[in-house]
Design a protein around this ligand. Structure first.
Ligand SMILES: [Zn+2]
Length: 206
């Protein structure tokens, strides 16, 4: 619970960050996000899967992966998804000086060019966040599926979605090697269950 749904007190500490999208009357949307790509082992298959459901999502990318796989980056955008900055080297902000962290984000920006930012490992220093929020919308998440965890199987990941999804949820999966053993079973099940519950899918801040 502490991981899958970030507690309120922690959300209040991150004042500049978005965790959910307020819903209008009668609206029932969730926002799928995919972190840490793009990589050839996962992203192309994921794009085909999303296309098969007609779903657009938001990809928080590692700049160094975009540098290595520019054609994947172009494909994500061409298929109508939104992209966001997830630093150049997937830095843990708490271990970095403000200047080093900001320089790494700026480096990623040269490849990604987005006004959305998500801090790797779910946190950063207040000084880093304050500075970044002047240029970026800081996007966290309402639901961490934990698709990356080797202690979970695809059924557990799907259970997390069923248990914690709610209207306005920003949901995080990963297009990463760590999530690969679970992603392509847990994600379609989750999508189909969410559709059955009447949810629509949208990109963030389009
Ligand atoms: Zn990440």
């Amino acid at each position: 619970m502490l991981i899958e749904r970030i507690p309120e007190w922690l959300r209040k500490l991150a004042k500049d960050a978005v965790f959910m999208i307020p819903q209008r009357e009668g609206e029932k949307k969730v926002y799928l996000t995919f972190d840490d790509g793009p990589i050839p082992e996962v992203t192309p298959r994921l794009l085909d899967l999303l296309d098969s459901y007609g779903i657009k999502a938001t990809f928080f990318m590692v700049g160094d992966n975009v540098r290595k796989y520019p054609e994947l980056f172009a494909d994500v955008k061409r298929r109508g998804h939104r992209v966001g900055n997830h630093t150049m080297h997937h830095l843990q902000g708490l271990r970095e000086s403000k200047d080093a962290y900001l320089a790494d984000v700026a480096d990623a920006d040269r490849y990604i060019g987005s006004d959305l930012f998500r801090p790797p490992h779910g946190w950063m220093k207040r000084s880093q966040g304050k500075e970044l929020s002047a240029k970026y919308r800081i996007v966290m998440y309402d639901l961490v599926t934990r698709d990356y965890s080797k202690h979970l199987d695809a059924g557990d990941v799907f259970d997390n979605v069923k248990k914690y999804a709610r209207p306005g949820s920003i949901i995080v999966f990963h297009d990463s090697l760590k999530s690969l053993p679970r992603l392509f079973e847990a994600l379609p099940k989750s999508i189909e269950w969410l559709m059955e519950q009447g949810y629509k899918f949208d990109v963030l801040f389009k």
